[in-house]
Ligand binder design. Structure first.
Ligand code: ZN
Length: 471
């Protein structure tokens, strides 16, 4: 009985805390928006679209485009690639069976493992002479996933990116500093192709040498910076250490990593920029292809005329109702070299809204990515995502942005502890209490001095196994 009472009390406390956090979030959002709308970027309020007709098309119009394109792409892949043909044959499926958008469910899913089949040219639908570029990502079995681009695909990518740039209020003449590497990872080139299309002045800085990056941004008066979120954090740290600012910088477009809302808020506050969450993966054709959040910062607009998104139960593959969390599944409707059909992304989110957004766009919004199916940690019977831990850490003043969850195993029992950089005066007990209060459980905490944990130039490694060699 007593236990029940305690649990109830805990739940009440939790919901009070949750309510308070929600209130704070809403207030801060209003404040940030007002600041950015009114003082800095008056023009954004008027709206900036790359293609207003399509970005604000009615749901019926979009669905009609989607159906036509879906029918066409299924026919196309089945004619141009034997792996696709075999997969459809196995299901006894003809392209003509796709009569409505719901009929997409007749098509088989694809996962990373399928994409590695027949490496390197497996699902490529065009002859080699039409390929202009490739990008790779790591596969599930060690073989990379290859994305091929024809001239048309590069243009599709650039168009999606140009829409994202305009959605962030960045128009012709914007000075953009691009910080991901220009290589096999799609980030550097993706930002670049889009920036060329949108008419930007590009600083192709690439990663690393952070002090020089800051100097470059100041010398050329960069308006915006693009990269992975953890590199944004690195720039913020160096600015803090050296006591310097990038006075011209107004916006940051960050992607490729699950960054918590609290982390984004810190970036906004300390760098004095508006932060956008840009979404896309190698399999859909790279950064920005599947969308970004707008200045309302209330979820990510998916470019629905180019991609069909479904949310399914990660275990059963059954469709989830709007609002319910599940795995995102993408179908490329307009790509030529390698259009994925029902690709299971591994990213967990939900359909947040299908109604018109305050920015005027009608393309549906998904919630910010909560984590990846394979990122979920189960420690002492509790399931959680690293981003949930980050959210709590970043809400505690004096806790720095570098942390990592170290997984351990003793006699077959899995455990974990958390290493986190803190300023003087922050004790482990304080962090443990906060984690317990919000998440209902805690981890053993080992505090570190600022600068002690290893930084990476690319994506941050937030979870490591004890004894794993560090890169
Ligand atoms: Zn919007």
């Amino acid at each position: 009985m007593r236990r029940d009472g305690l649990e109830e009390e805990h739940c009440l406390q939790m919901s009070a805390v949750a309510r308070q956090r929600q209130r704070v979030n809403i207030e801060e959002r209003k404040l940030l928006k007002r600041e950015f709308y009114m003082d800095k970027h008056q023009s954004i309020a008027e709206g900036m679209y790359w293609n207003k007709a399509i970005e604000t098309a009615s749901a019926t119009e979009i669905q009609q485009i989607q159906l036509e394109r879906l029918q066409k792409i299924v026919q196309y892949v089945s004619q141009s690639n034997r792996l696709y043909k075999t997969r459809f044959d196995r299901q006894g499926l003809e392209p003509a069976n796709i009569r409505t958008l719901e009929d997409i469910r007749l098509l088989p899913f694809m996962g990373k493992a399928d994409l590695e089949e027949d490496y390197p040219f497996g699902y490529c639908c065009v002859s080699r002479d039409r390929i202009r570029e490739i990008h790779l990502s790591s596969g599930s079995t060690g073989k990379p996933v290859v994305m091929f681009y024809t001239e048309e695909d590069l243009d599709q990518w650039a168009t999606c990116m140009a829409r994202c740039y305009n959605m962030a209020g960045l128009g012709k003449g914007t000075v953009l500093q691009i910080t991901p590497s220009f290589g096999l990872f799609n980030g550097g080139f993706g930002f670049y192709h889009g920036a060329r299309k949108a008419g930007f002045f590009v600083i192709p800085a690439g990663p690393g040498n952070t002090l020089r990056q800051i100097q470059l941004a100041n010398d050329f008066r960069a308006d915006a910076i693009a990269g992975v979120a953890s590199y944004g954090i690195r720039i913020m740290e160096v600015m803090r250490e050296k006591g310097i600012k990038i006075t011209s910088l107004k916006k940051g477009l960050f992607g490729a990593e699950v960054a918590s809302r609290e982390m984004k808020k810190r970036l906004q506050r300390e760098m004095g920029i508006e932060v956008f969450d840009i979404y896309g993966m190698t399999e859909t054709g790279g950064v920005g292809t599947t969308g970004m959040d707008c200045h309302a910062h209330d979820g990510i607009h998916v470019w629905e005329d180019h991609y069909l998104v479904e949310v399914v139960d990660p275990d059963t593959g059954q469709p989830m109702a709007d609002g319910q969390r599940g795995e995102l599944v993408f179908t490329s409707l307009t790509r030529t070299a390698f259009p994925v059909i029902r690709f299971r992304s591994g990213d967990l989110s939900r359909i947040k809204s299908r109604s018109q957004c305050e920015c005027g766009r009608t393309h549906l919004r998904i919630d910010y990515i909560e984590g990846r199916v394979d990122d979920m940690l189960i420690i002492k019977g509790v399931n959680f995502f690293p981003a949930q831990v980050e959210e709590v850490l970043m809400s505690i003043p004096g806790v720095r942005e570098q942390y990592r969850i170290v997984l351990t195993e003793r006699d077959g029992a899995k455990d974990a502890y958390l290493e986190v950089e803190v300023e003087e005066g922050i004790v482990p007990g304080r962090i443990e209490r906060e984690l317990r209060q919000v998440l209902g459980f805690s981890l053993d905490i080992k505090t570190r001095r600022p600068g002690e944990l290893r930084r990476s130039a690319g994506k941050a490694r937030r979870v490591i196994r004890l004894g794993d060699p560090e890169e």
